[in-house]
Design a protein around this ligand. Structure first.
Ligand SMILES: Cc1cc2nc3c(=O)[nH]c(=O)nc-3n(C[C@H](O)[C@H](O)[C@H](O)COP(=O)(O)OP(=O)(O)OC[C@H]3O[C@@H](n4cnc5c(N)ncnc54)[C@H](O)[C@@H]3O)c2cc1C
Length: 416
């Protein structure tokens, strides 16, 4: 069924009786060409691009809970491509361009709102970094504008601009094409489009281990619904990736941390961009419902607990209250957390695992929502052609042996 304004009107006129299920719920088959473990945005996008771009439909996405129930449905939805290094710039800009046409491509409104992201500078040193960073983006062909203190004040009237603030704002830069999208819709849109092309999405099915042949090649997975054979398997399980990798006898360079977020009670429109203070890691935007969507840094120790600690929450809210005094008396409506997979250079790991026929897409850490389209595209390319896409090639595991790290935080001098 195609979604359109005409269809909305038609269904409204006949009491909404014509809507069909958004994606199929098939039984798990015993054999597929490709099995993708993890029904987050990345796994679903890989399945969609396999079917759409490469014509490969004999694919299963196996999800232990519900699709989008991992980090894809828990994030603060910021999408941007404001990276310093050429490798990351190419990766995230590819993703942003796919996002710009995603609602149309999937025939599903992901509510992508290109409201921009403003990165604040608090010291002359920050400002030097910001100028270098924004110039690097322009050299990579990506939009960016350096902002004076006055321009920041004009764009974000609620921001405290007093020079006596603990973290005074002296300028910043904006990427206007950045923005936010509805995270569930990204998962649902990919699921619906992949399912309509023939991909099987199997929820409430946990992968427990891997099937190997005599040469060590992965030839399928064992699940709580039985064994499934496949010619290749893609591991796409974010914070749980290292646990599954252990089952196949490899240790990936990943650490799992808790990352939390919050929303305030809804208020009238007051903030029409995303604001990031790199000094504290606090960032905030306002949702279409009026809630402030508030994020910050990682909780400080490794953990698989999918809930945040009070100190990290307090630090984020303290920073918010310092920058936006008018928000001090708002109540927090909800708080939640996800388990993010952080690699040593905080960049994703895409490609071969060293175990034949087992690929991995992981290491997106705190920033993989914006990478969903590109992560899916790159892994579909790798599965279909047997080789890494040119944009994904620098993000292989081998960089941790060669030393060719893609360390954005280190290079920009500002934490991402
Ligand atoms: C609080 C928070 C805020 C964030 N904010 C942003 C942001 O603003 N912008 C941004 O770009 N990124 C952000 N991120 C990061 C982003 O959410 C993730 O990088 C991204 O969603 C990862 O997508 P994924 O598909 O790889 O993983 P997930 O969405 O986590 O999907 C992995 C899936 O694997 C499933 N799974 C695990 N083990 C098994 C198993 N054994 N068998 C079957 N299935 C299994 C899980 O149930 C899960 O559904 C944030 C993350 C958090 C937690």
């Amino acid at each position: 069924m195609r979604y359109s304004a005409g269809r909305l009107l038609w269904e409204g006129l006949r009491d909404q009786r014509g809507w069909t299920q958004t994606w199929r719920s098939p039984a798990l088959k015993r054999n597929y060409r490709f099995v993708i473990i993890g029904g987050g945005g990345h796994g679903l996008a890989a399945a969609y691009y396999l079917a759409k771009v490469h014509g490969i439909r004999d694919v299963a996405v196996i999800e232990r809970g519900w699709i989008g129930g991992g980090n894809t449905g828990r994030n603060t939805t910021v999408i941007r491509s404001n990276y310093l290094l050429p490798e990351s710039a190419a990766l995230y800009e590819f993703s942003l361009k796919l996002y710009e046409n995603l609602s149309r491509d999937l025939n599903y409104n992901i509510m992508f709102s290109q409201r921009g992201i403003v990165t604040l500078a608090h010291t002359p040193h920050d400002m030097d970094n910001v100028v270098r960073w924004a110039n690097a983006m322009q050299l990579n062909g990506i939009d960016s504008e350096i902002m004076s203190r006055e321009q920041v004040a004009q764009m974000i009237p609620a921001l405290d601009m007093s020079s006596t603030a603990r973290l005074p704002v002296i300028g910043g830069f904006v990427q206007r094409r950045a923005g936010t999208a509805r995270h569930d819709a990204v998962a649902w849109g990919y699921a619906r489009a992949a399912s309509s092309l023939g991909v099987d999405i199997v929820q409430n099915c946990e992968v427990k281990g891997f099937l190997r042949d005599d040469h060590g090649r992965v030839v399928g997975v064992s699940t709580d619904q039985g064994e499934v054979k496949a010619s290749s398997v893609l591991l796409n399980t974010a914070g749980s990736t290292s646990l599954l990798a252990q089952k196949v006898g490899i240790t990936l360079p990943l650490q799992s941390f808790t990352l939390q977020a919050m929303v305030s009670e809804p208020i009238k429109p007051v903030l029409d961009t995303v604001v990031l203070s790199p000094a504290t890691g606090m960032y905030v935007s306002q949702s279409d419902k009026g809630e402030l969507v508030i994020g910050g840094g990682l909780d400080h120790y490794v953990s698989y607990a999918q809930r945040g600690t009070l100190p990290a929450q307090t630090a984020t809210l303290t920073a918010l209250a310092e920058h936006f005094p008018a928000f001090r008396r708002l109540r927090i409506l909800r708080q939640w957390a996800g388990i993010v997979d952080v690699s040593p250079d905080s960049s994703p790991i895409l490609g071969e695992t060293g175990v034949p026929s087992l690929l991995v897409n992981c290491g997106w850490g705190t920033g993989g929502f914006k990478g969903i389209p590109v992560g899916g595209w790159m892994m579909a390319h790798h599965l279909a052609t047997g080789a890494a896409h040119r944009i994904a090639a620098p993000f292989g595991l081998s960089r941790f042996e060669s030393g060719a790290l893609i360390d954005e935080a280190g290079a920009s001098g500002i934490a991402h």
